[in-house]
Design a binder for this molecule. Structure first.
Ligand SMILES: Nc1ncnc2c1ncn2[C@@H]1O[C@H](COP(=O)(O)OP(=O)(O)OP(=O)(O)O)[C@@H](O)[C@H]1O
Length: 259
């Protein structure tokens, strides 16, 4: 596991009596697109929440670039270089698209309150850099013409893309995307698939939760499959496609039923 960017080791997370994650281990290598799949309730979002500091694991370890994430707060994890999007879009609806991305760039600002009060050259320089970076990201997402529109007025697809831009604005090494294609039609999914590949080509590592098998198979390098909180398979898309345990999990049938 030494060359891993993120290592999840024997992660267990319980909600009272419910074991949402049970001894799950996997890692992500730099530059990889790793898919995390599994039927509803399998524990995918819980896993994201453990990685990003929303939930405290019951046991197990998560390390990022060799640093333990135990007891780290959400903003500290963001600063270490992990960003995420949410299953239910969480933008600042009353702010413009540009402002939403600028919020992301704030994660790494050096200038403090005094600089802000007196608008020092350092603060002005940081603002200019942030603005340039935010516009670059909007352009990357095809949203540059909508920079000044309120997030609330953007189409659903644009809002989803804006969420990814905001996540990228925190300058992460790892981006965790929670069902980014939810509610998309096939044409939009195709565009998103290409976009995720381009995100990786820009040097980011991607962890992707996605229900759409075609999308997952078409975009990921490796896939980890969860069922009832346990890892039941891990491999390349081709290996996962032919894995009997995965097929059974998705069809909801027992192996012996096939005979
Ligand atoms: N905050 C919580 N409190 C109690 N139980 C929870 C909580 N969050 C998740 N769970 C439970 O943990 C299990 C795993 O849920 P999780 O949302 O991680 O699954 P998922 O694989 O992301 O599902 P989906 O594909 O439906 O989003 C489920 O049984 C869920 O009901």
């Amino acid at each position: 596991m030494t060359d891993a960017l993120l290592a999840v080791e024997q992660l267990t997370l319980k909600f009272g009596g419910l074991v949402a994650l049970d001894d799950v281990s996997f890692d992500i290598k730099p530059g990889e697109i790793l898919g995390l799949i599994g039927p509803n309730g399998a524990g995918k979002t819980t896993c994201f929440n453990a990685i990003t500091g929303v939930y405290v694991p019951t046991s197990g370890r998560i390390t990022f670039n060799g640093t333990s994430l135990a007891r780290k707060k959400k903003h500290q994890i963001t600063r270490l270089g992990i960003a995420r999007t949410f299953q239910n879009i969480r933008l600042f609806k009353a702010m413009t698209a540009l402002e939403n991305v600028l919020v992301g760039t704030d994660a790494h600002k050096r200038s403090g309150l005094l600089n802000s009060l007196f608008r020092t050259p350092m603060q002005r320089r940081e603002e200019d850099e942030s603005h340039t970076r935010a516009m670059e990201l909007l352009r990357f997402m095809g949203l540059e013409k909508k920079a000044d529109e309120l997030a609330a007025n953007l189409s659903y697809g644009d809002q989803r893309r804006l969420e990814i831009a905001r996540a990228m604005a925190t300058s992460p090494q790892l981006i965790c995307l929670d069902e980014p294609a939810a509610g998309f039609n096939p044409a939009e999914k195709k565009v998103l698939m290409d976009l995720i590949k381009r995100v990786r080509d820009q040097g980011y590592t991607v962890l992707l939760i996605e229900h759409d098998m075609k999308l997952v198979m078409g975009v990921t390098d490796r896939i980890v499959v969860l069922e009832f909180g346990r890892k039941i398979a891990e491999g390349t898309p081709a290996e996962i496609r032919d894995n009997p345990a995965v097929i059974a999990a998705y069809l909801g049938v027992e192996d012996e039923d096939a005979s």
